[in-house]
Design a protein around this ligand. Structure first.
Ligand SMILES: O=C(O)CCCC[C@@H]1SC[C@@H]2NC(=O)N[C@@H]21
Length: 193
């Protein structure tokens, strides 16, 4: 099954305009994630802060669809590795123990983009499943990376790199569960115009 994602609703009457739109979406998605990364709260005893990044990356994934979302997050990751200070707390590079989450968010954006392309953001319940999947992918890469980078045991890495974020992640999911189906309802009303 293949459906549109939210970005496809932006008008692009010609192929060249569609290209310009897509480039703007890819660059805009990376910039949005970079800004959201600056909303960061340190977690005592953990090298990983609470950030707005996951929410932004998953939102980019769902609203841009798999290909544009993956490109957008790759741009975010590669520019950050090259020195653009738009990782959490204005950091850059790839030496930090939280770098695995950036890889995780990149993969997750592609995965949730594909789920959205199959209608995974059209209802509250489906959006919940899509967000939980995206977060699970992020942690599945971020937590083992954290353990390897710091020498923590699996239990320590989960205590420092997963548990402190669960409540915040639940709030981010609830926000998306309200916003995304509502955006589709508004788009539907406009479409019927
Ligand atoms: O150094 C970075 O830029 C990456 C920070 C990663 C933060 C992770 S993403 C999943 C979890 N949820 C949060 O709010 N923070 C951590």
């Amino acid at each position: 099954m293949s459906t549109a994602v939210l970005a496809d609703l932006l008008p692009a009457p010609t192929l060249s305009r569609a290209r310009v739109r897509d480039v703007a979406l890819v660059v805009g998605g990376a910039a949005l994630t970079g800004v959201a990364a600056q909303i960061a709260l340190p977690v005592p005893g953990s090298p990983v802060p609470v950030t707005g990044q996951t929410f932004a990356a998953l939102l980019v994934g769902v609203s841009l669809g798999p290909a544009r979302a993956l490109l957008s997050m790759l741009l975010y990751a590669v520019a950050g590795m090259a020195g653009m200070p738009w990782f959490a707390e204005a950091s850059a590079g790839y030496g930090m123990p939280s770098f695995g989450y950036i890889i995780g968010m990149t993969v997750a954006a592609g995965v949730v983009g594909e789920l959205a392309r199959r209608g995974g953001d059209r209802t509250v319940l489906r959006t919940a499943g899509t967000m939980v999947t995206g977060m699970a992918v992020t942690y599945a890469i971020g937590v083992p990376y954290l353990a390897l980078a710091t020498g923590m045991s699996a239990g320590e890495a989960m205590a420092a790199g997963l548990v402190p974020f669960l409540i915040g992640d639940a709030l981010k999911a609830v926000l998306a569960m309200g916003a995304l189906p509502a955006a589709w309802r508004i788009a539907g009303r406009r479409g019927r115009g």
